[in-house]
Design a protein around this ligand. Structure first.
Ligand code: 5AD
Ligand code: SF4
Length: 466
């Protein structure tokens, strides 16, 4: 960080923001940030949007009308790459119409050498490329591009810096993510995240709580604590604190009504955490607990550090201590060497744990990961297994969703139903979606809603007490 402290670096970037503001003055310029991937990227995009807004850009409604587009990319699975290249092709035409339009790329995909080479050679009209480690330098890099003229590429291999407190613009005024840690040290053998997001680094608890307090002052009701593996939060801090303790502290912040967190690794989920959730109604009744596979052999090859039996036992412990909890998961089908009996084991876990929801992914080979050099499976074979897993997941989560029908539960109103302006849409603590007729309450309010009928994956309800 050029030896600068957090405050000095923030001041430096704010200075570039003012310089760009002078440039945009009176020009009515517009920005668009397009986000691929996970909640971490969503949060990073809020920070980029915050800087752009301070620079004097207004939000555009479409790529076509934007004067600067930032694509915040994901590389966890291969199809995300293809989607980005498709979008860049379309942008070329927009850029021909609007010669001053700028295209910036950032996020995980940019940490891969082959991607940057491809963009350099095939998409020379991209103006600015930066990575995950220097995202806070965005104002400075954009300023260089505006004053320099040629394509700027700045990718760092790694960083120990945690630069916070730059502007951010929340996508929703009533909920936000707060990063509690960056990076991942787990090295699951299929996963590229540790290579593109770097080593695990935790933020100080005091700073996290201060950010939660500030958000609450702005009217935020729901906070999502973000990390690749939140259960190992706190390692290496001067004042060690467990994730469970942090969660408890954040939930005490005045004005915050709900606290969520993402993602938990089953190997590190403690009894202390289960206890803290159970005892604190403000903490969401939702645990996202990626299973990945139900086969002990595959779990070992994936470097996951738990067995099928241990996962089931953990899920049972969570369900018995936290009534009404919803457990969701991620599952990968088609990891190298996976056989039909391995898939049977995954299906067995789905049936025993009864997931309330699951993201099912086909294994995607990521260059540079250990699994990429293992023998890969035939696509058709994987597809058949995938269909079986998906069918099980959908059947069970539909049955699970119906379990709250007829009950009255608390809903955070998130917006107007896209299909019907006379209805609101919101979420239960368990994360299930609920639609109900508009009443006196407004977006961002918590209301008690009777869940009249379950429509498969969402509920239709009516407000009981506004
Ligand atoms: N192929 C398929 N799915 C993957 N995930 C991570 N890496 C891969 C990969 N190479 C999935 C995991 C993880 C989620 C965020 O993405 O299930 O939990
Ligand atoms: Fe990837 Fe595993 Fe880290 Fe999750 S815990 S980000 S799957 S390496």
């Amino acid at each position: 960080m050029n030896g600068l402290s957090n405050e000095e670096e923030v001041t430096r970037q704010l200075d570039f923001i003012s310089k760009i503001r002078a440039f945009t003055e009176g020009k009515k310029l517009k920005y668009l940030v397009v986000t691929f991937g996970c909640q971490m990227n969503e949060r990073d995009s809020e920070k980029i949007a915050g800087s752009l807004s301070r620079m004097g850009y207004d939000k555009a409604d479409s790529e076509e009308e934007a004067d600067i587009i930032v694509y915040n990319t994901c590389t966890v699975r291969e199809n995300a790459d293809k989607r980005l290249y498709g979008r860049l092709g379309v942008c070329k035409a927009y850029k021909q119409k609007n010669k001053d339009m700028l295209i910036a790329l950032c996020g995980c995909m940019m940490q891969e050498d082959n991607v940057v080479s491809k963009i350099r050679s095939s998409y020379p009209y991209v103006d600015l490329i930066f990575g995950t480690h220097n995202i806070y330098k965005f104002p400075e890099l954009l300023y260089s591009r505006l004053s320099g003229g040629s394509q700027i590429i700045d990718i760092w291999e790694k960083t120990d810096d945690l630069v916070e407190d730059l502007p951010s613009l929340r996508k929703y005024p009533f909920k936000t993510g707060i990063n509690i840690m960056y990076g991942c040290d787990n090295f699951c053998t299929y996963c590229i995240v540790p290579y593109v997001r770097g080593r695990e680094r935790s933020r100080n608890a005091i700073e996290i709580i201060r950010e939660a307090e500030k958000a609450a002052e702005d009217g935020v009701k729901e906070i999502m604590l973000l990390g690749q593996n939140v259960n190992s939060y706190g390692k290496g801090l001067e004042d060690p604190i467990s994730f469970a303790q942090l969660l408890k502290e954040v939930s005490k912040v005045n004005g915050i009504r709900r606290v969520r967190f993402m993602t938990s690794h089953p190997k590190d989920l403690s009894d202390e955490l289960i206890e803290v959730i159970a005892e604190n109604e403000k903490i969401a009744r939702h645990v996202h607990l990626p299973l990945q596979s139900g086969s002990d052999r595959i779990l070992k090859d994936m470097n996951r550090h738990y067995t099928k039996a241990r996962y089931i036992e953990l899920a049972d412990r969570i369900r018995s201590r936290i009534p009404d909890v919803s457990i969701t998961t991620d599952i990968i089908v088609g990891f190298p060497g996976e056989t039909v009996p391995d898939v049977d084991d995954t299906i067995d876990v789905i049936e025993k744990v009864r997931f309330d929801g699951a993201f099912t992914f086909e294994y995607s080979k990521r260059t540079g990961t250990p699994a990429a050099s293992m023998e890969q499976l035939e696509k058709e074979f994987v597809q058949k297994n995938f269909d079986r897993v998906l069918e099980t997941v959908q059947r069970i989560s539909k049955e699970q969703a119906a379990r709250f029908a007829g009950r009255t539960m608390e809903v955070l109103i998130e917006g107007v139903d896209e299909k019907d302006p006379l209805r609101y849409t919101g979420r239960l603590s368990q994360n299930n979606v609920v639609h109900f007729p508009v009443t006196g309450a407004g977006i961002g309010d918590m209301v008690q809603v009777k869940l009249d009928e379950c429509m498969g994956f969402y509920y239709n309800g009516t407000v009981v007490c506004p």
